[in-house]
Design a protein around this ligand. Structure first.
Ligand code: FES
Length: 135
């Protein structure tokens, strides 16, 4: 995709995902499942995987492979990346059962990241919106 094709869109980079104090569940899963080695491919893997889970919260291993197919990893052999995405999917599904707020979280996932009560209940939620770029 060329940058000009994103005109008028919101673009979230890896810097906008989680924070040093509070990793996003996908980052947490890559870390705990050893889904990275040198880290060169990790930003793309995480962003692609987050997009996959946004569209399909419970993907099969084949669907995960298809979801990350545009990214090449020279280190991991992909096995632990698949394990990490599966673990993140499970963690993110469990997060959807939020009890912090009876209204906004249930209407839109996007609202959860803005909800102070939700963020306080889910300690790994980012404290701020991070680096989101308006193109
Ligand atoms: S972790 Fe090194 S290229 Fe993927």
């Amino acid at each position: 995709m060329f940058a000009v094709q994103a005109a008028g869109s919101n673009v979230t980079t890896i810097e906008g995902v989680g924070s040093a104090e509070a990793l996003h569940p996908m980052q947490e899963a890559f870390w705990s499942s050893h889904g990275l080695q040198c880290g060169y491919c990790t930003a793309g893997m995480i962003i692609s995987s987050m997009d996959l889970l946004r569209r399909n919260p419970d993907p099969t291993d084949d669907e995960i492979r298809e979801g990350i197919e545009g990214n090449l990893c020279r280190c991991t052999g992909y096995h632990n990346i698949i394990v990490a995405v599966r673990a993140a999917a499970k963690a993110m599904r469990e997060r959807r059962r939020c009890t912090a707020c009876p209204s906004c979280c249930r209407r839109s996932r996007r609202n959860r990241w803005r909800c102070k009560r939700w963020r306080s209940q889910h300690s790994s939620a980012p404290a701020s919106g991070g680096a989101k770029i308006r193109v």
